[in-house]
Design a protein around this ligand. Structure first.
Ligand SMILES: CCCCCCC[C@@H](O)CC(=O)SCCNC(=O)CCNC(=O)[C@H](O)C(C)(C)COP(=O)(O)OP(=O)(O)OC[C@H]1O[C@@H](n2cnc3c(N)ncnc32)[C@H](O)[C@@H]1OP(=O)(O)O
Length: 287
């Protein structure tokens, strides 16, 4: 079905309520590689219930933790084959530290649909609120639907690349595991693109690729560890664009530039000399 931006833009999607527990948070952190040094008290704040501190990027996955079906890309005015879809970008702003367990409601809507000719870019925003109506976090995301452009929509604003004026302040190398995607899918994204060699081949990839949100969480943790003394509570917001695919088992290299309240970064896979996360911006809490 061609995309109909007049129907899609502004469409409110059905809201859902969800719960999470400390076990969900621990699984999420472990699926990002936390606990690699089980003798480090700082690392154990991600991996044990005692003094558990929730990485804010958990808010992106919390609403779908109990989803066991592959995602469906069907919204008002939009119906796209999952094999054509790549996660394009993701951001989250937390309004206070995410508690280790809780209940919330997520409400989302489609805010933009851009026609890139060879692809459609579909942008969503969502808010999570507590049962007593307190705003917990806000997310922004886009999906890149290959082959779905050409519907006569607007192209949208050109992205402004981050152009550093100096060498990076720090460079962080982070490994991923060959089984990283098989582990991460247990956090609620059962898209076969990350697990089935046949599905990945049909989608045009030589092997299953890593979930964008896994790379996103790994890099958020790496920056919190390297720049914020390992304290995820100091992360106010985290935004990034998925610029290239990552294959499970590849090593990531994140180059970061630190300012007073923000950290800018890019992540590459050095073995393929390929940028995989661009426009990374981490904002520190002001408190
Ligand atoms: C509801 C359920 C939803 C399901 C959600 C998803 C579920 C998940 O399981 C799926 C995943 O996790 S997929 C894995 C994570 N994502 C990726 O690996 C994508 C990596 N990126 C790429 O391969 C290319 O950048 C690629 C292919 C994205 C673009 O590369 P090119 O085709 O070379 O495009 P390019 O010529 O550079 O740009 C064309 C125009 O598109 C804009 N654009 C590019 N990358 C974008 C991106 N990542 N996000 C948003 N917009 C993007 C460009 O700005 C350009 O527009 P313009 O010319 O107007 O500036």
């Amino acid at each position: 079905m061609p995309i109909d931006p007049k129907v899609a833009i502004g469409a409110e999607l059905p809201g859902t309520s969800f719960t999470w527990t400390a076990s969900d948070v621990l699984l999420y952190h472990l699926a990002l590689g936390a606990g690699g040094d089980p003798t480090s008290p700082r690392e154990l704040r991600y991996a044990l219930e005692d003094d558990l501190r929730v990485l804010p990027t958990f808010g992106v996955v919390a609403p779908s933790l109990r989803v066991f079906e592959p995602p469906s890309v069907t919204f008002p005015g939009i119906s796209v084959d999952l094999a054509k879809v790549l996660h394009g970008s993701q951001g989250i702003t937390v309004h206070s530290p995410i508690p280790v367990e809780g209940k919330a409601r997520i409400d989302s809507r489609i805010t933009e649909v851009w026609d890139k000719g060879k692809a459609a870019v579909i942008v969503q925003e969502a808010t999570a609120t507590s049962p007593d109506g307190v705003l917990l976090w806000t997310t922004r995301s886009s999906i890149f639907a290959r082959g779905e452009g050409g519907f006569g929509g607007e192209r949208g604003p050109a992205s402004a690349p981050f152009e550093p004026s100096r060498e990076p302040d720090l460079v962080i190398d982070t490994p991923t595991l060959p089984q990283q995607a098989l582990l991460y899918r247990l956090c609620g994204d059962r898209n076969p693109l990350h697990a089935s060699p046949e599905f990945a081949a049909a989608a045009g990839f030589p092997a299953p690729i890593l979930h964008g949100l896994c790379t996103y969480g790994i890099v958020a943790k790496a920056l919190a560890d390297a720049c914020l003394d390992g304290d995820p509570w100091l992360v106010k917001s985290f935004d990034a664009r998925f610029a290239g695919v990552v294959y499970p088992g590849e090593s990531l290299r994140t180059s970061a530039w630190t300012d007073a309240d923000k950290i800018h970064a890019v992540t590459t896979v050095p073995a393929r000399d390929t940028e995989v996360l661009s426009g990374i911006t981490l904002t520190r809490t002001s408190g």
